[in-house]
Design a protein around this ligand. Structure first.
Ligand code: GDG
Length: 471
């Protein structure tokens, strides 16, 4: 039987809906694998002294997972290094934070080769392989070298940078050329697709006809596939028992005040400092809001081993402390800043209790928090989404208040507008947003992507057969 083999750096299917703290990508992939029988392959997160390529197979939450351990040097060079200290900052327009160490690039290639060698024997005739994210860009090329001729797709969860930014990467050409080993390369947005096309046409001097790049006897389809959430399921979760308890607890502690909510991985791309400063601006410009509003920011620490993450964490502690010191009264703290992860169903209740969802990344592939916030609202009394124009989600969510997160004034004015928005307008905006979240959900994303992966090249020819051939 033809299966779907999903590959991503980390493999963490949610063990139980609602209870886990699995992120957006994990939820989306687990949903895909429950629909199509298949295997989810990736790094266990563990390191061993010497790489063996031994696979540990497990069944988690109805999903078969195949895990492989890496070496400590792999973690340093491939994961903390090239993925998170080189590609992540460049792809999020932060070349100032990017490290360009040669050993990182070598580690990245080595791990992709190791993944390919371990994965290749698992791929059966007719299986489709779906590879995720910036950690694994060269994986298809490595698999092709081993003779894997199956259909292989790639999906990038983060933005694609402009040519100028990308070319700061010493191996930019090799990296992009390695993407041409895929049958399908998917991006979150039209913006990312255009930036990629620009590089392909101008730097590689290739033409793109009908969304297909033809080069060296094979063709690669490219497209935008905006990822969604399980919209209706998340709305149900927000009405469930645990969510209600979380909602009641938050509302009780609000003492009639309006709540602005931010939920993010603690990452410099999420615009958290700018968000705090915009909120401070609101308090400075509108003293009447003092004691009538507060900001709850949930920011779960991530990538602690990387220095830039330690720095942003320290900065945020400082900025939130300063604002609280300047504005707090004996019974009001303007910013509640929480670094603890919450259960997903609790989170749904907290979203529902918020009058404003404040999502201000400086650069973001999509941003699922924006969609979850909308899905969790009470249809009769919904909150307002304030959304950065630099989140991929802004291409779809036009009924949010769209802001430039670099402008404190613009963001603080939008906050004021959101807090004062009449109910009828809130309902009208929310309805249109929710229609989109329900329609363009994670199932639609997955099905559209897999259907595109099954399409042959522009000329209708099979570039390669369905079965593996070993060369
Ligand atoms: C990458 C791209 C793209 C957060 N705190 C808790 C918690 N979360 C969950 C949220 C949401 C997810 O984490 C974050 O998703 P995002 O989309 O905002 O961001 P990234 O992690 O950066 O993901 C991004 C995404 O991939 C998917 O393609 O949208 O642009 O950067 O689902 O709910 N979940 C729980 N407790 C928390 O405390 N349970």
């Amino acid at each position: 039987m033809s299966r779907l083999i999903v590959v991503s750096n980390r493999v963490n299917p949610p063990s139980d809906e609602g209870v886990g703290t699995a992120g957006g990508l994990a939820m989306a992939l687990a949903a895909a694998l429950r629909e199509y029988s298949g295997v989810w392959f990736g790094w266990s997160g563990e390191t061993v002294e010497t790489f063996t390529g031994q696979i540990s197979m497990q069944k988690v939450g109805g999903v078969t997972v195949a895990l492989v351990d890496l070496e400590e040097q792999d973690r340093e060079e491939y994961y903390d290094g090239y993925a998170n200290r080189t590609l992540w900052p460049i792809f999020h327009s932060r070349t100032d934070l990017a490290a360009y160490e040669r050993s990182f690039g070598e580690g990245y290639q080595r791990v992709n080769r190791r993944f390919a060698e371990t994965l290749a024997p698992l791929i059966g005739p007719g299986d489709r392989v779906w590879i995720h994210d910036y950690h694994l860009i060269p994986l298809a090329q490595e698999l092709r070298r081993l003779g894997v001729a199956n259909r292989i797709g790639f999906f990038l969860h983060i933005p694609w940078p402009s040519r100028r930014l990308l070319t700061t990467l010493p191996q930019h050409r090799e990296l992009v050329e390695s993407l041409l080993a895929y049958d399908l390369v998917g991006f979150q947005t039209r913006d990312a697709l255009e930036a990629f096309s620009d590089y392909v046409e101008r730097d590689l001097d290739l033409t793109i006809v009908g969304g297909v790049i033809a080069a060296e006897g094979r063709s690669t389809r490219i497209g935008a596939f905006p990822i969604g959430i399980e919209g209706e399921a998340f709305a149900d979760l927000a009405r469930g028992e645990t969510a209600r308890a979380a909602f009641d607890r938050v509302r009780l502690s609000q003492a009639g005040r309006k709540m602005i909510l931010g939920v993010d991985r603690l990452d410099y791309s999420k615009g958290l400092e700018e968000r705090f400063l915009a909120y401070e601006q609101l308090l400075a410009d509108h003293p009447d809001w003092a004691e009538r509003v507060f900001l709850l920011q949930i920011a779960t620490p991530s990538r602690d081993a990387v220095e830039a993450y330690q720095e942003i964490r320290a900065r945020l502690d400082g900025v939130s402390g300063r604002i609280n010191g300047a504005y707090a009264t004996v019974d009001w703290v303007p910013i509640r800043y929480v670094n603890r992860a919450h259960r997903r169903d609790e989170l749904a209740g907290i979203y529902r209790a918020a009058h404003v969802g404040l999502v201000t990344p400086l650069r973001d592939g999509m941003n699922l928090v924006a969609k979850e916030y909308v899905a969790a609202q009470d249809p009769d009394d919904p909150g307002v989404l304030v959304l950065s124009r630099y989140a991929g989600a802004a291409e779809q969510m036009e009924d949010a208040l769209i802001i430039n997160p670099f402008s404190r004034e613009e963001t603080s004015e939008a906050l004021g507008q959101a807090l004062a928005m009449p109910r009828a307008e809130r309902i009208a905006r929310w309805r249109r947003l929710m229609d989109g979240v329900s329609r363009d959900d994670v199932a639609a994303w997955r099905d559209t992507y897999v259907a595109a992966l099954d399409l042959e090249g522009a000329d209708g020819e099979h570039e390669h057969g369905d079965s593996r051939k070993v060369s």
